[in-house]
Design a protein around this ligand. Structure first.
Ligand code: PHE
Length: 451
């Protein structure tokens, strides 16, 4: 086999994986879920799940990648021929997500452009966002720009593209997030929001809280879509796997928590404590926040910084999605990076256009009230990902056995501190929870029951 590309060192690997993990999910979805499902209680549940369940699945995926040295399709197949389908399903997830994620990435660049050119007040207009996304050429143009930027990084390769960009963007992202969070906390009325975010409200906690936290965890850690397998295949054997996973988790959870600090108190200050503003879902980032920025002193600058950081978060995630697809094709067909990268970019451009137009000229296409983009999101996140994660647990727990993973983890210094927990979670706890998540998300989408 040809020499595989590698991340140059542990820091490069950790930052690239954290770059994948930290994305739009951390910045708008996490704060909004925390606000909706019990504040402090949600935070606590999320944290517990992250260090048990998230840790276990991430270790398993990275170890699978590093052990086999190939991306998802080949990784599963090379260990057991019957599981080739699992690699295929896992690789299908980024194929579905990448195009529409880039559509949203395009919206982020557009908002950055508006803020940096002094358009705070425009962006705060009531119909600004819907007017923009229901257009044709504008959103497609921004989408293609975002896609093009992602493609350039991927074409530059693992070490010279992905690693370099992550090493620059991730530290900047942390600093910018802290700046906005600190500024937000100084606004009048922000403290009430802070208390709301951190204090447990038992009344909002139910079985659904755990499932919501679990679903978010998956998406946020970029699990069950072959990404961590691919990145693991670029990790050197001398880099410590267990501590890398701890650091990636710390990064991802830390940024999610800070995003809550950045958004919830500011929205509270703006709305005078009316928390319904937080439950706007996706509208939170593109409709509510611009209004919040427009109402604050230095709102133009803060808004610009905010969209820069969201752009960094989205770009590093999109890179991991694209790299996973490119890597599957390169491994399977032996094509060059350049050819594969260009091909994948063209395919993603074609596939993303319907998602973009789904808010405008194609808005008549809808299924159970969802637009094209929402349908893609539902199929990948709520259906395919739990299925892939479930079979990954079965595969590791009962086919290759947890010891195969433990041996890979121990290569560096013979230690795997959380091995006992890993064994129990991968064989029993995780599969049971995954079946619950899958049933509940399908049942609630079909309107059969909602927890
Ligand atoms: N983990 C990213 C986030 O939190 C989302 C993502 C999903 C990234 C899929 C890559 C692939 O937003």
């Amino acid at each position: 086999m040809k020499d595989r590309s590698n991340f140059s060192n542990k820091l490069g690997f950790v930052l690239a994986a954290a770059g994948s993990a930290v994305g739009l999910g951390n910045i708008w979805r996490f704060p909004y879920l925390a606000a909706k499902y019990g504040g402090g209680t949600f935070l606590l549940i999320y944290l517990i799940l992250a260090v048990t369940f998230g840790f276990t699945l991430m270790i398993a995926e990275i170890a699978l990648g590093r052990k086999t040295g190939i991306s998802a399709i080949g990784a599963f197949k090379s260990l057991d021929r019957r599981f080739g389908f699992l690699g295929f399903l896992a690789s299908l997830v980024p194929v579905i997500i990448f195009p529409y994620y880039s559509v949203i990435g395009g919206w982020v660049i557009k908002y950055f452009a508006v803020f940096v050119s002094g358009g705070v007040q425009d962006a705060a207009g009531d119909t600004y966002f819907t007017d923009f996304i229901s257009g044709t050429m504008q959103p497609i143009g921004w989408f293609l720009l975002f896609l093009g930027l992602t493609a350039i990084v991927v074409l530059c390769g693992v070490e010279k593209g992905i690693e370099k960009v992550s090493k620059v963007m991730m530290p900047i992202l942390v600093v910018l997030t802290i700046i906005i969070a600190v500024y937000g906390l100084t606004l009048e009325g922000a403290m009430e929001g802070l208390v709301y975010y951190i204090q447990p409200h038992m009344a909002d906690v139910s079985a659904k809280t755990i499932l919501a936290a679990m679903g978010q965890l998956f998406y946020s850690m970029s699990l069950a879509m072959g990404i961590m397998i691919t990145y693991g295949s670029y990790m050197k054997k001398e880099n410590h796997l267990e501590s890398s996973v701890r650091q990636i988790e710390l990064f991802d959870t830390g940024i999610a928590f800070l995003a809550g600090l950045m958004i919830i108190p500011a929205v509270f200050a703006f709305s005078g404590g009316d928390r319904s503003a937080l439950s706007a879902g996706p509208g939170l980032m593109f409709m509510t926040l611009p209004k919040v920025f427009a109402s604050m002193k230095f709102g133009g600058v803060i808004g610009t910084i905010f969209f820069v950081l969201v752009f960094f978060a989205a770009l590093t995630s999109a890179i991991s999605l694209m790299e996973t697809i490119v890597s599957v094709f390169m491994d399977k067909f032996g094509w060059t990076r350049r050819f594969t990268g260009i091909l994948v970019a063209i395919l993603a451009a074609v596939m993303g256009i319907p998602s973009s137009l789904g808010f405008g000229s194609l808005s008549f296409i809808s299924w159970m009230g969802m637009s094209v983009l929402d349908i893609m999101d539902f199929v990948s996140n709520s259906v395919l990902m739990p299925i892939v994660a479930f079979f990954t647990c079965v595969f590791v727990g009962f086919i290759i056995k947890p010891k195969a993973i433990a041996d890979e983890v121990k290569i560096t210094d013979g230690k795997f501190k959380a091995e006992k927990m890993f064994n129990v979670v991968i064989k029993w706890v995780a599969p049971i929870f995954l079946v619950l998540i899958l049933t509940s998300s399908i049942a609630s989408a079909l309107g059969i029951f909602t927890l």
